[in-house]
Design a protein around this ligand. Structure first.
Ligand code: ATP
Ligand code: MG
Length: 426
């Protein structure tokens, strides 16, 4: 038979392994707790969706849809794609389940993998994870924008994300006296300096002038600084909304920085946009992007619906926490049971069950080990205690518990032992 090939994870995907997965779980658990305190419930949409959903919601001329989606023809469905983001799915679900009948606004969050065929690098993967939330329906009161931002910042605070920086902006709405007028003016200004711009920006002058503001190219920076700014061209309503969002953030003690160049890549964003960066991530330092998208549900065939949301890049969040070195080592065992002899094995099995039921992590070796070997393995597994069960201990009904950190040893009866361990835990 031919030698089997050496299989490897697909480029841009990776295995998340223990002990790192404990950190992922802690982060997700914290998100669930914090979001619940703000009245959000979890939605778990499918990972596969009709390609057309993303073509409409994200925009068929965006990089995400035109170049980065994993799309295939299912045998009996139409074109199907792995989701590159989840806002479109949440809006689809909102429409499909008639959620506008529920008390509004509907507040939902999700946690899960997204797929984009991008060039893999630090903090950028082809399968990556997002933790996101959406507020759909009801009003577009500035307090909603501010509360959503307050919620993400509370979460980042709770997980102790280092160097958190919140940037906000308003990109107005699509009207001649607001964003459309501004973009036309921006385009005019860009055309005058077009020959000084790089190829990407030159293309964007035609396709999506706002995106030129995203440019990180050194030599384009002085040119961009001279361009007209959207804050000076918002309509009165959008201007008032933005001012109120800022006031609301201040009332909540949320520190922000205004960034006139912050425009979101997705077409449906309007008014409030925000981005949060953190330390330790190099150039991929955005850990969260969000904003208001009042027209999106209508665009997908639903009723006119206000909407705002954000998506956190969980991979980057975890990277930043790891780089900060504040991550506790969560591996290890509470108790390693070093048993010797058939009778002791039976007792060890029972003791393991009792200890596990009390919530302790227990390592129970499947075969008998020499005493020295057992202690060696106990410390390799980073165990706090070794419980020694041999013929003598069983006969005397007095169990020996060794504290591995200092080598000290104490004797207990079975009920005393459980008591002692419980007390040493709190
Ligand atoms: P970026 O400018 O970093 O590509 P984006 O504008 O594509 O971000 P969004 O679509 O708003 O990002 O997604 C929200 C967050 O998801 C980002 O801020 C980032 O933390 C994370 N993210 C996006 N793409 C990837 C990826 N390929 N790998 C890992 N995380 C990602
Ligand atoms: Mg991107």
């Amino acid at each position: 038979m031919a030698k089997p090939p050496k299989f490897q994870a697909i480029r841009g995907t990776r295995d998340l392994l223990p002990p790192e997965t404990a950190l992922w779980n802690r982060v997700e658990e914290t998100a669930r707790q914090v979001f619940a305190t703000f009245g959000f419930g979890e939605i778990r949409p499918p990972i596969l969706e009709p390609t057309e959903l993303f073509a409409r919601a994200v925009g068929s001329d965006t990089d995400i849809v035109s170049k980065e989606m994993y799309t295939f023809e299912d045998r009996d469905e139409n074109s199907t794609s792995l989701r590159p983001e989840a806002t479109a799915s949440v809006c689809r679900a909102y429409i499909e389940h008639g959620m506008q009948q529920l008390p509004l606004p509907v507040k939902l969050y999700y946690v899960g993998p997204m797929f984009r065929r991008e060039r893999p690098q630090k903090g950028r993967y082809r399968q990556f994870y997002q933790i996101g939330a959406e507020v759909l329906g009801g009003s577009d009161a500035p307090a909603i924008d501010a509360e959503v931002i307050e919620m993400v910042m509370t979460f980042f605070d709770r997980v102790q994300l280092p160097g958190v920086q919140l940037d906000i902006n308003s990109i107005g709405h699509t009207a001649d006296n607001c964003r459309r007028g501004y973009v036309a003016m921006l385009k005019g200004a860009l055309e005058k300096v077009k020959d000084k711009l790089g190829a990407d920006s030159q293309r964007r002058v035609e396709t999506n002038p706002l995106r030129v503001l995203d440019s990180k190219l050194e030599y384009e920076q002085p040119i961009i600084e001279t361009l007209p700014r959207i804050a000076d061209h918002l309509c009165d309503e959008c201007k008032a909304h933005y001012a109120a969002v800022k006031r609301q953030l201040e009332m909540r003690g949320v520190l922000y920085r205004e960034n006139w160049r912050l425009v979101r890549g997705l077409d449906y964003y309007m008014r409030t946009t925000f981005e949060i960066t953190a330390h330790g991530l190099g150039s991929q330092n955005a850990v969260c992007g969000g904003g208001r998208y009042d027209g999106l549900v209508d665009l997908l065939g639903g009723p006119p619906t206000k909407g705002i949301g954000f998506a956190i890049g969980e991979d980057r969040l975890i990277l930043s926490l790891q780089e900060s070195g504040k991550v506790a080592d969560e591996a290890g065992r509470d108790v390693y049971i070093a048993w010797m002899g058939e009778r002791a094995h039976a007792t060890a099995i029972r003791a393991a069950k009792d200890l596990r039921n009390a919530g302790f992590s227990v390592e129970l070796p499947p075969v008998e080990q020499k005493f020295g070997k057992a202690l060696e393995r106990a410390s390799k597994l980073n165990s706090r205690y070794a419980l020694i069960l041999g013929d003598n201990e069983i006969a005397e009904g007095s169990w020996a518990l060794k504290t591995l950190a200092d080598g000290s040893q104490q004797k207990f009866t079975e009920p005393e032992l459980l008591d002692f361990l419980k007390r040493s835990r709190d």
